[in-house]
Design a protein around this ligand. Sequence first.
Ligand code: KG4
Ligand code: ZN
Length: 366
Amino acid sequence: MQDRDLHILGLESSCDDTAAAVVRLDAQGRGHVVSSVVMGQTALHADFGGVVPEIAARAHAERIDIAVEQAISRADMTLHDMDVIATTAGPGLIGGVLSGVMCAKGLAKGLDKPLVGVNHLAGHALTPRLTDGIAYPYLMLLVSGGHCQFLIVSGPTEFKRLGGTIDDAPGEAFDKTARLLGLPQPGGPAVEQAAQSGDATRFAFPRPLLDRPGCDMSFSGLKTALLRTRDGLVAAQGGLYDHDIADFCASFQAAVGDVLAEKSARALVEYMALSPTQPTIAVAGGVAANTHIRKRLTTVAADHGTTFLAPPLALCTDNAAMIAYAGGELFLTGQRDDDTLSARPRWPLDTSQPAILGSGKKGAKA
Ligand code: KG4
Ligand code: ZN
């Protein structure tokens, strides 16, 4: 434990959010978000149906120093007050990651401050320590538009991956479902809203891989099933009524909820075998915003005698506060990087596991 507060400047640019944040790590090791700036790029990519890596990289290069200036000024501090410069060094879109890495290297060199390269997924995975100060080990379900995996988190560099998606990430499946039904992007909130008035039992969509042991998941078959059913209905009745769209959304959401709940139950059994002192399952990622999914996970957690934790959405989706916090923990374990730090498009947290086959709409993640 350090004997004084540490201030860490964090940078994040691995996908389509340019972000910078200042986090204070107090002498007890608790993290506090002093400022957090996230400059999204949704509008830049809207015409292309997905993130365009070149456009993302250029926007990051143009904005990363602006994000840093804003984070420092909102913290009412100066760059010289920072004790550590932390940056996402992967995994993600290489051009974007490079922007953050180059900016952080320049700052660390110019200010003569220590540099720490952070794995973006570790940033997500350590978020419940930043928000709730929970003890290791805990179970993390990372579930967003680009990631989906179960991790037992035992330390800032100790991750055991229990399973993950072998194709689409759930957020990607929500986005594709919205597209198939003529709903706006991002699809998750639109599908969730439409599902509220829908009948979740009308369409029997598959629950892929539930018949197989383990915690791996698959979501790409769901959209194919939805496409086929939609086309059948359109052929039969000449189009879709609002109540059909609502029923599609509710049935789809129920299928995703069933898969995540059942696989979480399996992951919890493995996790509980470690006899954790304060058993916790935490979620991170945009899909963690979904009320139905949160309800399902709350029940599963209670059934296994564990606490369920869903950090505020601004810290679940991509942000630099999680990178600053993880950088602080890594700094305290002695990690120091230098100007040889490189951007890694692929960087699995658990190298003992075979690579996940799927990647997610926003590029290869792990
Ligand atoms: O974590 P995030 O902001 O970005 C990455 O993908 O890294 O997650 C965005 C994803 C999108 O696919 C979006 O549709 C999904 O999270 N999402 C939701 C909800 N809100 C956002 N999915 C289901 N229900 C929601 N309420
Ligand atoms: Zn992310």
